[in-house]
Design a protein around this ligand. Sequence first.
Ligand SMILES: NC(=O)C1=CN([C@@H]2O[C@H](COP(=O)(O)OP(=O)(O)OC[C@H]3O[C@@H](n4cnc5c(N)ncnc54)[C@H](OP(=O)(O)O)[C@@H]3O)[C@@H](O)[C@H]2O)C=CC1
Ligand SMILES: N[C@@H](CC=O)C(=O)O
Length: 415
Amino acid sequence: MADIAVLGHGVVGSGVLEVLLTHTQSITRRAKEEIRVKHILDLREFPELPYAGSFTKDFKVILEDPEVTIVVECMGGLEPAYTFVRKCLENGKSVVTSNKELVAAKGAELLALAQKNNLNFLFEASVGGGIPIIRPISQCLAANEVGEIAGILNGTTNFILTKMIREHMGFEEALKLAQELGYAERDPSADVEGADACRKICILASLAFGTHVYPEEVHTEGITKITLEDVAYADAWGGVIKLIGQVSMLENGHIAIMVAPMLISRESQLANVDDVFNGIVVRGDATGDVMFYGKGAGKLPTASAVVADVIDCVKHMKARKYLFWEEARPDYIEPFESIKGDFFLRIQGDCSSDETFAKAAEALPGAARIVRREEAKGEAGVTVENISEAGIRERLLRLEESGVRVLDRIRISDF
Ligand SMILES: NC(=O)C1=CN([C@@H]2O[C@H](COP(=O)(O)OP(=O)(O)OC[C@H]3O[C@@H](n4cnc5c(N)ncnc54)[C@H](OP(=O)(O)O)[C@@H]3O)[C@@H](O)[C@H]2O)C=CC1
Ligand SMILES: N[C@@H](CC=O)C(=O)O
């Protein structure tokens, strides 16, 4: 019998209990041992539940119970999750977590602590909800040099964008629905402003390239400024707008990493990833592109990944699973200003659309026009290729001096 404890009985924590209770036989067979949830920590009480007697409000009960060998952290946030997880690892208990904020902020430290104490610290659910991605990168693709990763990493924003585009639903209404469905973070600004996707691309970058990447160092934009006009231009260009987290290893040994809404060509595998689904493309030198797709948020998909980690922990009670990366190092992240890319611009002048475009073509050599039927007066959609962030900023200042306003600027993904 393996005794475990669950910290947090919210969307994910209650899903973990549901999966363990509804799949008991098959899980026991796979873990080669019965898994019993001995304690559940939560601030609330749940008298109506059949396992109501397992709840506690005192973390010490769990920490000081020698029978509990695995602790599942599903509370979210940095504190007290970090303190509790550290204490568990210091006291001989392996930890499974779905908390990407914790892994992105403290992953290197907690992995080192787990290694020192010959314990496991697993976090499959922290990226992509129910999609297997941590294990595939660290194990199945281990023979590759991974060069790039790009993905739709946030279910809430993908759900919102899909609802806005397909059903013309307003932003606030779509967000409310995502919250009701249990997709959004407790503070949903982490979803819509890109912080959640940033934490996830940091975890993938740390895992794939072996060095911790802190979210604060990563250029991050959310979807709050995306308008239906941008969506219409993306459609005329031949694609869709998605919130993308991407990282690539450069020849100088730095990584180029960012989170931003991007235009994705309809030809791309990522273009058809809609709703709460996530899609992640990993570019390996031996495999080429490998695509991972599935539900990126929600109770049962996420619980599925958490419980799989618990089973792995039970099976490797006396052996560590190999997951590790080094602490961050200076000058590892390429300055955002020098990262080159292609851009879509929506611009407007106090003149005809043709004249507006002519001014853009002068300020931005190589600019191409997106032809769209219902263009507003004086407005034009333009694409520009292979220019650095610093370069485009400078040229757009010049364009604005000629009386043309830049309404929107969105990157174009090459995935
Ligand atoms: N929801 C999803 O689809 C996914 C979530 N995740 C991650 O999983 C984690 C949990 O998410 P989710 O289940 O949605 O969050 P919820 O807010 O639904 O659940 C968190 C639970 O933990 C409890 N809790 C918080 N702090 C404490 C504390 N100090 N002591 C005891 N209990 C506490 C909360 O109680 P109370 O409500 O009373 O405050 C709540 O019941 C987060 O890190 C999230 O980012 C990862 C993948 C997908
Ligand atoms: N809020 C997150 C939950 C899963 O990680 C999301 O919407 O993707």
